[in-house]
Design a protein around this ligand. Structure first.
Ligand SMILES: *Cc1c(COP(=O)(O)O)cnc(C)c1O
Length: 377
């Protein structure tokens, strides 16, 4: 938690549940990533946190944007991003969205299938397009490989088709999975892209851009490699495989830029052992849950760190759940959380590293619970 957030929470005591984001920290992360990957253009993955305060700050720092929908594109434009700095990075797009984006001047679109290519040829004629490859997502806590990307072989066919359809077969992309904790995931993916780059060159297609996606990890409750380690691994792999023929590099960080800038403040609603015995499991119910922002606790994949006023005191195994009347609204049960035994209802506790994939994963009023409020400071 940054000192600015700690001070804000202490002085303002904003109503819970709320998310407090230190926008200066986002700027610091942007600088660290630029230093680690000086040759890469940064396209912030808007879905991680689309707050205007974040988008505006990133615009002022010179960032570009990876948008997944026409709604995100409009948010980027409203924050001052020019169309040449926006990539329409979802392989699944409505025709009406493609048309609107193209009319706005956006000229960079992803695809991973024949049908999407036809849609782009019809509704964004002549646009620069890039093909997404499916790559290994091992090492990622939040994988994406099942839903997106195609094979090397089909990507080759699609890139030739893109040219024949009058589009500009501009680049190739991949995503190694979110919260990717292994630097060699990027190296393996770059090797695949480089093979296709060479094959396409033999067919007269010059791939000028490689989009390395996002995935850069943050510290939840275990250590992860430093961003400089990723920068080094990526730089070395690019040089090894592309030599002097280095294409333009794009990265699409989401989590890395915003997660550590955010803290959720929540109230303990109930602490109980429902069988009445000391040996019964201890449950802590918070006023935030799976439906009010903590969607990434699905499968207990992302494990947030809790900060309480009793830190350092004796703890016990705890099941942590949300406030709603839904039986799946449980964050951590299989792997329990060590929380202080002194914790009582009415107390506030904080969930650290919650600036990414929390605010907009919030339902609008399930079970009558108001959405998470947000404070950007
Ligand atoms: C979600 C997403 C990202 C951001 O991923 P992070 O792991 O948050 O960095 C980048 N690119 C695409 C295409 C995405 O879908």
């Amino acid at each position: 938690m940054t000192p600015k957030i700690a001070r804000y929470l202490a002085e303002q005591q904003p109503a819970t549940p709320c998310l407090v984001v230190d926008v200066d920290h986002v700027a610091a992360r942007y600088a660290a990533l630029s230093d680690a990957l000086p040759l890469a253009h940064i396209y912030y993955a808007v879905k991680a946190n689309p707050a205007p305060q974040i988008l505006e700050r990133l615009v002022s720092l010179g960032s570009s944007f990876d948008a997944a929908s026409i709604g995100e594109i409009r948010q980027c434009v409203a924050a001052g991003a020019t169309p040449d700095r926006i990539s329409f990075g979802n392989t699944v797009k409505k025709v009406s969205s493609i048309r609107e984006a193209f009319a706005l001047g956006i000229d960079l679109f992803v695809f991973d299938s024949v049908e999407e290519l036809y849609k782009l040829a019809d509704h964004a004629p002549g646009a620069r397009v890039f093909c997404r490859l499916a790559v290994e997502n091992a090492g990622a806590d939040w994988p994406l490989s099942r839903k997106f990307g195609t094979t090397l072989k089909h990507a080759h066919e699609l890139m030739l088709m893109a040219r024949d359809l009058g589009l500009d077969p501009y680049g190739l992309s991949f995503h190694v999975g979110s919260q990717q904790t292994q630097t060699d995931a990027y190296e393996a993916a770059i090797a695949r892209v480089a093979m296709l780059h060479t094959d396409l060159k033999n067919d007269g297609i010059d791939v000028r851009m490689v989009n390395l996606g996002g995935g850069f990890p943050v510290r939840y409750n275990s250590d992860v490699p430093d961003i400089d380690d990723f920068g080094l691994a990526i730089g070395q792999a690019m040089t090894r495989h592309f030599g002097n023929d280095l294409p333009q590099m794009l990265v699409e960080p989401g989590r890395y830029l915003v997660a550590e800038a955010g803290v959720v403040s929540t109230e303990v609603v109930l602490v109980s052992r429902r069988g009445g015995k000391e040996t019964d499991p201890r449950w802590v119910y918070l006023d935030i849950g799976r439906f009010s922002g903590l969607a990434e606790t699905e499968g207990e994949a992302i494990r947030y760190t809790f900060r309480t006023d009793h830190d350092g005191e004796p703890t016990g195994e705890t099941i942590v759940a949300g406030p709603s009347c839904d039986g799946v609204d449980i964050m951590y049960e299989k792997r329990r959380v060590e929380l202080p035994l002194a914790l009582k209802s009415g107390e506030r506790i904080e969930l650290l590293t919650t600036g990414a994939y929390v605010s907009t994963y919030c339902s609008t009023g399930f079970n009558g619970f108001a959405p998470l409020s947000e404070h950007y400071i």
